[in-house]
Design a protein. Structure first.
Length: 105
């Protein structure tokens, strides 16, 4: 059975979620998000790129990151995928979606 991923038609770039909100949206713990950000799988606004730095309370995540994080979390849960592999798969899924949109349009 192939997992179904929902991508909202209109992503609101002005909206941003906190660390806890993103974790809740992915049905994961905040530690899961922190690990994915520190390893470069997920990106956030105002991130301190210093390895091993703790997450500041100002970390904010765009709605594009929310969609990506949910896909990665679903891939990790469904297929027991490595985070890096899940991220690569999410990138490829997004690229296919963009190419299909270009072909239609």
């Amino acid at each position: 059975m192939t997992p179904v991923f929902y991508t909202p038609p209109d992503v609101l770039d002005t909206q941003a979620l906190s660390l806890e909100q993103l974790a809740h949206a992915c049905r994961m713990h905040p530690e899961w998000v922190i690990e994915r950000v520190t390893t470069g799988v997920l990106h956030c606004d105002g991130m301190d790129d210093t390895p091993g730095s703790s997450p500041p309370p100002t970390w904010r995540f765009s709605t594009h990151t929310v969609i990506r994080a949910r896909r990665i979390a679903d891939l990790e849960r469904t297929f027991d995928a490595d985070p890096q592999l899940a991220a690569l798969t999410a990138d490829l899924m997004e690229e296919v979606r963009q190419l299909r949109r270009r072909l239609k349009g």
